[in-house]
Design a protein around this ligand. Sequence first.
Ligand code: ACO
Length: 321
Amino acid sequence: MSIKIIGTGSALPVKQVANGELTKLVDTSDEWIRERTGIRSRHISTGETVASLATQACQKALQNAGKEAAEVELLMVATCSPELALPCTACQVQDKLGAVHAVSFDLNAACAGFLFALHTAYAYIASGIYRNALIAGAEVLSKIIDWADRSTCILFGDGAGAVMVERCDEGGILGFVQCSDGSRGRVLSCGSRPLNNPYASQTDFETYVQMDGREVFSFAVRQVPASIEEVLEKTGLTVEDVDLFVLHQANRRIIDGICKRLKADPDRFPVNLDRVGNMSSAAIPVLLDELNAQGRLSAGMTLVLSGFGAGLTYGACVIKW
Ligand code: ACO
């Protein structure tokens, strides 16, 4: 028994911001951004919220799956940039969708969040607790980025993607691995709210994304291929058996580095980060939805999904589509 993806959806903010526009904000250039990251443009919220983008993506995934909101049993939103601390984004989405029977909660594992949520759905459904799940990865990272910091503001974009999954007897998720290394949390971090009560307060507190870019880069190109090889070994497959590697879209050089280490054909690594930037937990489901809409996913194909990010967290799964 396993779970399979039966529908996908995505939503992006209307406003697109090309690299050239960022040169008006910070000392950078289109050429520098393209060469170092592969990013040309990204979508940035001018009012769209994590909850509204997640709702749109979920509506489309439901429609694509031919399901009604009232049929959903489990609803998870992976996000690290929610509007509200309370209630969670998934409960807001549940309300907007009318998914009245869905147990709804958020999950935060940064850029690996969507994948960890997918694995969580697998565990719930495999154990017989639920029969289906609606899973979104949604971010408005533009809220937590310092727009005066040229080393980070060029990297990120806003958006949401979603998938509907249900129990299946054949194919679907064949295996997965997931890992966390909390000892390297400082490599990529963002404060939420400082301690501020009648007895104590924090003054030196950073509420914007802080990143050691080189550390992130070397972590990704070492750990991600290792975790992909591990999950392939677990499922009795090799790199050659994989039709598409749907990786977290952090930056082009990371994807090229992973491809090189795996000695795989670059054509099997679809990329959309040139148009959308790094959307953290939304990256994988948005790319999956684009591939699905383009008709590039057909029954029986073997996919590897791989997410990695702050925590540090990383994981991979093999899917028979
Ligand atoms: N434009 C122009 N110059 C810049 C910019 C910019 N936007 N940003 C940094 N620089 C400068 C630096 O100040 C530095 O100048 P200096 O030599 O005078 O000090 C120079 O460029 C080189 O800086 P580095 O940080 O060493 O540049 P690097 O080649 O490492 O590239 C980058 C930076 C693109 C961030 C790279 O480290 C990287 O790709 N890291 C991975 C980070 C990532 O993708 N994070 C995404 C979030 S995490 C995740 O999703 C997994």
